[in-house]
Structures are given as C-alpha cells and as structure tokens.
Design a binder for this molecule. Structure first.
Ligand code: AMP
Length: 215
C-alpha cells in the first residue's frame, strides 16, 4: 500500500504527475479541486456552496474540503493506496489529515511564480470529459476541441490574472506552513517541476525509491 500527498503551486503539474503515478501503481487519485469542479458543473448542493469562492481563487471552508476527502477515503476502494492532490492546503487541514491517516511521503513540485503564470494562463480544460490541455506543449489537434470526446475546450473560471494573484497569495501564506509541518516529519521529497513531464515523473520515482519510470 502506498499513500502519498502531492503539493505544489497552481500549474506545477500536480494533476499530470498524480495521474501518471496512479496509473502505473493502481493508486486512487483524489483531486479535491476536481471533485469541487465536478460538483459545480453538475449543479449539486456542494457545487452551489463552493462556486463563488472557487471562482475568486479563494480557499473554500475547511469543513467542506475535509468532508470531501473523508467521503472519498471512506469508499475504501484504494486497495493499492492513494495519491491526494490539493489537500491539505492549510495548517488545520494538515492536522486533520495527520490525525486521520498515515502517509508514506509528500511530493513537493517546486516551480517559480513566473513560470506558474505562463502555464496557468495557457491551461485549457475539456467541458465534456475534463481532460487537461496546455497551449504551450499539449495543444489539441483541432483548435478549441477535445481530442478525446470532441467537446469544447474552456478556461477554468479561476485561471485568470486576478484569481491567479489571489491563489498565489493564498498558496504562499497558507500552504507553505503545511510543507513545514510535513518537513518536520521528514515526509517531503522536493522535485524541480520546470522540467518536462517525463523527467519530473522520473525524478519523483527516484526520490520515492519507486521502480523507475520508463515512459
Ligand atoms: P485546484 O484545482 O487544486 O487548484 O483547486 C481549485 C479550487 O478549489 C481552489 O482554488 C479552492 O477554491 C478549492 N479547493 C481545492 N482544494 C481545496 C482545499 N484543500 N481547501 C480549500 N479549498 C480547496
């Protein structure tokens, strides 16, 4: 059983790297932001509760975020383990998490803010299946259309200059202390996230002493 948390600023590749790990090691990938976005898209009660906060780039309440993680983990479909992406985001969530679950490692994807801006503003999302694109290095074959399902590509509501500025501020003030908590427990491996996605994946596996990545 392997249990990981992946952390890093917006656009550092958490979703991509988690999916690559989850795929090869049969881990359940729990992306808290994706769960919230799914709820917004499907007009659920939870979606209505978080929509405005998310669009502004602010963190939603700890109770809601903790509830999502708890609900997901109580499904117990993670026989080989899990990788959590987007949680914990502040000290309270970190304490909740450490009291409730044990983990094997925390992957920290390190990316300078200047690169974050460039990546996030180029990010696109399929309105049908949720597939991620980036106009810098993973453009769709047909402009504005998903390669997988053909639906329209959209920009995330919070991938704007204004919301990004708020999210970066939130990140540095609230999420950095979480890293310090995990560092004190010697869980953290830091990986330079500027490299291309295969090299970042290879570096993660090396740092976690997992079987090497062979593309
Ligand atoms: P992400 O996809 O991880 O960038 O998350 C998108 C948005 O979802 C964030 O800007 C927050 O509004 C909300 N969100 C995701 N995870 C959390 C969390 N752990 N705590 C509070 N809000 C969260």
């Amino acid at each position: 059983m392997r249990k990981y948390v992946i952390m890093g600023v917006q656009g550092s590749g958490k979703g991509t790297q988690s999916a690559m790990l989850a795929n090869d090691f049969d881990l359940v990938h729990i992306a808290v932001g994706d769960i919230f976005r799914w709820n917004v898209l499907h007009h659920t009660k939870l979606g209505a509760q978080v929509r405005r906060t998310m669009a502004a780039g602010e963190l939603v309440s700890d109770d809601l975020a903790e509830g999502v993680v708890k609900d997901r983990l109580t499904q117990h479909d993670w026989n080989y383990g899990f990788i959590i992406d987007g949680f914990p985001r502040n000290e309270r969530q970190a304490e909740f998490f450490l009291e409730s679950y044990d983990i094997d490692g925390v992957i920290y994807l390190d990316l300078p803010d200047s690169e974050v801006r460039r990546r996030v503003l180029a990010r696109r999302l399929c309105s049908g299946c949720g597939m991620d694109y980036n106009l810098i290095d993973s453009s769709p074959r047909e402009e504005g259309r998903c390669d997988v399902c053909g639906a329209r590509l959209i920009q995330r509501e919070d991938d704007t200059e204004e919301a990004l500025a708020v999210r970066l501020r939130e990140y540095h003030t609230k999420t950095n202390p979480v890293l310090d908590i995990f560092r004190r427990k010697e869980y953290v491996v830091t990986v330079d996230a500027r490299a291309d996605k295969d090299d970042v994946q290879a570096a993660i596996r090396k740092a976690l002493q997992l079987p090497p990545y062979d593309g």
